[in-house]
Design a protein around this ligand. Structure first.
Ligand SMILES: [Fe+2]
Ligand SMILES: [Fe+2]
Length: 397
């Protein structure tokens, strides 16, 4: 949700007070100069506020910080109990590159702690990102240990990418609440890029099946550079010489394919990655998405996408580099497709693509991954919850 357009100065703050909740940093479209912060209140507040400035050692940050006021949007987040949500979303623009910013959010009386995020550098610069499969189950039980392991393994990660199904049922407000509580340290520190899963589309009411419910956009602030009507679910981010393209595997695939062609044709970056929730070569049950393969894969092959990062199957798999549905003769001409799983929901392997997998496993294990981009190589590693690296793949250009 991008709502910076509605800014105002609050005159005479009323006697309302509320603790800001569900704080998340998302990358802007140009993360060397733009980052977004989203938060919410349970109670009505006249204005949400954010204060931010380059981080410093002293304890007088509030005296020098820039303050922005945001009019909260009222959103009903629980379709069965009508829980109100006063949602605030701010896109911070004009930031300095390669700079750690301190920020806090609140209503002017109650504030969050000061958190920090870091902006990207311009041009191609080496960096490491974290990739996670579906959170979906275990928000306050098993997920926090995966987030901690990822933060220990890649403390300086540039951003995190989560491959969708953030929650199991988007109309149950407690799930969003638990997700954000369990992920607070990571969500407030590492700019997040999030794909939208099929579970984001599961409404309580039959009439709305197939539509994105009004809970996705108020919880996040993602780029709006995708096809019209698919804002914040289909978009791209250019991070230090890597174009990261996120597709929405749930609707309007043909429109996205037209958009994808343009985004790939006009791509000046050294590396290109894609993220989509539903796997092109699924490992779980007897799922298959031939339409998505037909529309997207020829374009990705033609324009040199290196890897596709996916979720949905609640197991772990990585294909050999593939081209036209077969193992590529020259690995650098192929695309590696990874499916991973972060939460505690587990599915068995039952796939028609067994020969294409270099690694496939379902052992009731959670995973996280790191991808490190260098000038001539991309180093991909997958880890278990204990921080053990169980799979590694190096792609050279
Ligand atoms: Fe899914
Ligand atoms: Fe899922």
């Amino acid at each position: 949700m991008k709502k910076l357009s509605i800014l105002f100065f609050c005159v005479g703050v009323a006697a309302f007070s509320a603790e800001p909740q569900r704080i998340v940093v998302n990358t802007g479209e140009s993360p060397e100069s733009s980052m977004a912060v989203t938060f919410r209140f349970y109670e009505h507040v006249p204005a949400g506020k954010i204060q931010y400035l380059p981080n410093a050692e002293d304890v007088n940050l509030e005296n020098r910080a820039e303050t922005l006021n945001v009019l909260p949007d009222i959103v009903y987040t629980d379709m069965t109990r009508t829980v109100k949500h006063f949602a605030c979303s701010v896109l911070l623009e004009g930031l300095e590159e390669d700079t750690e910013y301190a920020y806090r959010v609140g209503d002017g009386k109650d504030w969050s702690p000061w958190y920090t995020f870091r902006t990207a550098k311009k041009g191609f610069r080496e960096f490491t990102m974290v990739y996670l499969g579906d959170p979906q189950w275990g928000y306050m039980t098993y997920l926090p240990r995966i987030y901690s392991a990822a933060m220990r393994t890649a403390p300086d990660a540039a951003f995190w990418y989560i491959a969708g199904d953030l929650v199991d049922y988007p109309y149950e407000d407690w799930q969003w609440d638990a997700l954000f509580r369990g992920a607070r340290e990571a969500f407030t520190r590492y700019p997040q890029i999030m794909a939208v899963g099929n579970h984001a589309y599961l409404w309580a009411y039959r009439d709305h099946r197939g539509e994105l419910p009004p809970t996705w956009r108020p919880h996040l602030t993602q780029p709006e550079n995708g096809p019209e009507g698919l804002e914040e679910t289909c978009f791209y981010v250019d991070y230090q010489g890597v174009r990261f393209i996120v597709l929405n595997g749930n609707e309007r695939l043909e429109d996205q394919a037209k958009w994808l062609k343009k985004v790939l044709e006009e791509n000046p970056n050294r590396w290109t990655l894609a993220g989509i929730h539903q796997g092109f070569y699924p490992s779980g049950w007897e799922r298959d998405y031939p339409e998505a393969r037909r529309l997207f894969l020829p374009l990705m092959e033609k324009y040199g996408v290196s890897m596709v990062l996916q979720g949905h199957d609640h197991a772990y798999s990585r294909t050999f580099p593939l081209r036209e549905g077969k193992i590529a003769g020259d690995p650098s001409e192929g695309i590696s497709y990874v499916i991973s799983n972060a939460g505690s929901k587990m599915y068995p392997i039952n796939t028609r693509f067994g020969d294409l997998f270099e690694v496939v496993e379902s052992a009731d294990r959670q995973y996280f991954q790191t991808l490190s981009f260098h000038e001539d190589s991309l180093v991909y590693k997958s880890y278990t919850a204990t921080g053990k690296c169980h799979d590694k793949y190096v792609l050279t250009k």
